[in-house]
Every structure is written in structure tokens, then in C-alpha cells.
Design a protein around this ligand. Structure first.
Ligand code: SF4
Length: 239
């Protein structure tokens, strides 16, 4: 149910107290109907550590596209053992993947933006919809600094498409702040970051970036003219 504007304002005010204060406010109001969408990237590791500190059984889900890096699965296993937690793992609909691969091949994403978006729609966007069914709020690791398209990311907004509050507690964090937090708290992270991966997604669609290069440049690097998004996060104001 859509909260009133005052509730969104109250949550945005809570965000002034920091990311953890916002998470606490969300959990106090919505319990486990708050779900963290984790790609196991650095930002999501910060949020997982904070959220599990608030509620050790908090709901954290992973969209397993079937094309993730082995290092990402290794990190999932390390998280499960370090925090004694379980991820809710969502897979794409088998029949949709079968039809897509039969029709366009396993590497259709290299054929163009349309084909790539078709793959993201099947492997990510539809499972996200399922993951958020019944959710009161979802949490993402979006940061304004990550790209031009994310530069207006608010702390809290209403996500009409999924019928839930969308919270971005790290919206104003810098990359250095993320890494300072991970190191200070000894939070496990994806070892691909040590090999130059700034943003980690599916294995065939992510590569390392050079120092100083745009962090999103490692995603779908063959699409020079397209917005580097998979459809999970429309630009702020578009949802
Ligand atoms: S990132 Fe690549 S492999 Fe993953 S869902 Fe999108 S197009 Fe498919």
C-alpha cells in the first residue's frame, strides 16, 4: 500500500541520521517486509552488514541470473558462514530462458541493446518483480556518484512499478567511504574488486575498469551509446 507523503518525508528525515538510521527506521516500521536487493557488490556488502546488525534474520535476496561469476557465489558462501544467514535466491523462469536461448543463442546480449535488454528482462527484471511481491520496502546500494543517470537518486522514494518504498541509504556515499566502511568492519567482499572490477554483474557483461575510468564503464562496454542500466533502476523521477 502506498504510504502517505508524510511517511516518505519521515524516512527521508531519518536518512539525515545516516544509512544505518534509515535502515533502522525502515525495519521498525515494516519488519521483514523490508527486503535488501543484493548483487554482492561493495555497496550491498555495506548494507548487508548494517541490516544484519539490526535484524540477523533480515530478508536479503539475490537475483541469480545463471550467469554470475564464480567469485560472487564464493562470496555468498562466505556470507552465509560469517553471518549465519541465508539468502533468498531468485532464478529466472526456466521456460523463458529456454525459449530465449533457443531463439537467440546463449550470448544474445552481444548482438545489440535490444537483445541485451531482452536478456536482462528475462534474467533480472522479471525475477525482481517476484522478489518484491508483498514487500513494503526494498533497499538498494545505488549511489549518486556512480553515473549521470544516478546523480539525482533520493534516499527514499515511492516505487510505483513495484508498489513498494525504494530506499537508497548510500545515495550520498563516495566510493572511498564504502571501502573505508568495509575495511573498518572487516566485511567480506567480492574478490573481483581486487582485480579492477568496480561494478559487478553477470560474468559475460562485466569487465575490469582502468583507474580513473567511469565505474559503470565495465558494464556492457560494447554499448557506447546506451544508458548502462539493466532495467532494475529507472532514473530517479522515472519510477
Ligand atoms: S547482465 Fe548480461 S547476462 Fe546478465 S541478464 Fe543482463 S544481458 Fe543477460
Amino acid at each position: 500500500m502506498k504510504p502517505d507523503t508524510a511517511e516518505i518525508e519521515r524516512l527521508n528525515a531519518a536518512a539525515a541520521g545516516g544509512a544505518e538510521a534509515l535502515l533502522r527506521a525502515l525495519v521498525e516500521r515494516n519488519g521483514r517486509a523490508v527486503r535488501l536487493a543484493s548483487s554482492l557488490g561493495a555497496e550491498d556488502q555495506v548494507l548487508s552488514h548494517m541490516l544484519l546488525g539490526i535484524d540477523p534474520r533480515a530478508s536479503i535476496f539475490v537475483l541469480d541470473t545463471g550467469r554470475l561469476h564464480q567469485e560472487t557465489y564464493d562470496l555468498m558462501a562466505r556470507m552465509m558462514s560469517r553471518y549465519r544467514m541465508r539468502f533468498e535466491v531468485l532464478f529466472p523462469a526456466a521456460e523463458a530462458v529456454q525459449e530465449m536461448v533457443r531463439d537467440a543463442g546463449p550470448n544474445l546480449f552481444y548482438a545489440g541493446v535490444e537483445a541485451r535488454q531482452r536478456c536482462c528482462a528475462v534474467r533480472k527484471v522479471e525475477p525482481l518483480r517476484r522478489a518484491l511481491r508483498g514487500a513494503a520496502a526494498w533497499i538498494t546500494g545505488l549511489r549518486r556518484e556512480q553515473s549521470a543517470g544516478r546523480s539525482r537518486t533520493p534516499f527514499v522514494e515511492w516505487d510505483a512499478e513495484h508498489g513498494a518504498i525504494k530506499a537508497n541509504p548510500l545515495a550520498d556515499w563516495t566510493r572511498d567511504r564504502v571501502w573505508d566502511y568495509l575495511r573498518a568492519h572487516g566485511v567480506p567482499y567480492n574478490l573481483l574488486h581486487d582485480r579492477g572490477f568496480a561494478s559487478i554483474g553477470c560474468a559475460p557483461c562485466t569487465r575490469a575498469v582502468e583507474p580513473g575510468e567511469d565505474p559503470r564503464a565495465g558494464r556492457w562496454w560494447w554499448e557506447w551509446d546506451a544508458a548502462k542500466e539493466c532495467g532494475l533502476h529507472p532514473p530517479a523521477g522515472g519510477s
